[in-house]
Ligand binder design. Sequence first.
Ligand SMILES: *Cc1c(COP(=O)(O)O)cnc(C)c1O
Length: 356
Amino acid sequence: MIEYREEMNSVNAYDTSESEDLIRENIEIIKLDANENALGTSPKVLEALKNRLSKGLNIYPDGSATDLKKALAEKFDIKKENILITNGGDDGIAIIGQVFVQPEDEIIVSENSFVRYTDSSIIMGGKMINVPMKNYVTDLDGFLKSITDRTKIIWFCNPNNPTGSMVEKTKVYEFLDSVPEDILVVYDDAYGEFVEKEWKVDDSATLFKKYKNVITLKTFSKVYGLAGLRVGYLIGDEKLMNLINRGRQPFNSNVLGQVAALAALEDEEFVKKVYETNISEKHKLYKFFEELDIEFIESQTNHIFFKIPNISSTDLYDHLRKKKIFIRPQRENYSRVSIGTPKENEIFIKAIKEII
Ligand SMILES: *Cc1c(COP(=O)(O)O)cnc(C)c1O
């Protein structure tokens, strides 16, 4: 056996899910397990992709994704030097780990949040500090209390995946005010576009303007419906972006991804429709959960964390799988379900009623 880095023993591969197996066999399923866009992809994006495809793909992408950066810079009223395009948000999470984490660095995460933070840090020899949640909400006081001289990064997913819960903005600012400037805070805003007005952290994408140690992580996979093309981005202070830029692969965003993301930014109507459908369907699911006395956490995302008493999450998963409905089992009795189309949600509701 060839010797390899010891850290590899602590990370797991991300395996294909059963739902993906069925899709490969062309079996129709209700896929509510990965928080993908319920309304698909904007037709305008598909049109732009067709046009670009007709020109062939033999030429490398623009490694700096100049046009996409320009469009985003305009959208957020920042410089393109504050933006780094990534191969999906996951790529951004991985590069941040590679650029910043040294062995024995302490990395603070919420115990029930996005798993990629942990893998990208552990693989670099970082030591995870897991902070318990408070009533299924990220505990920012717990984050602050966990800070030591060795703390390098705090990963803060807001709203949070998988719980869907959100820390309100005043507390977000209080927290950022209290974090020492030599600690990097990554504010994962993957679901920022789904947040309801009263909850919205208006400057979530540009927190770096006030806090130089904060990088915001964003993605085209969710509200923009481009999960299959892998486009995300980081926004932060120019110096940090410069550094991270050195750690990325030269062509980490591809030709089609760049074209699609640009077109997706332009189709504001699609984004609005996705947002509105998500809100109304979310309330429909809340109502159903309430009627059946199913415990759930209020969500500011496109998914809901819920618990059915007396059925383990894996049993529930199995029951639903037999009906070709896929959700994501979580710890204890909890499950995470993506908010689907009105029709998908009806089918999900009917299935849960039958199972109970
Ligand atoms: C979906 C998601 C991302 C990014 O996913 P990509 O598809 O890699 O862009 C990042 N963080 C959270 C919390 C997510 O749920």
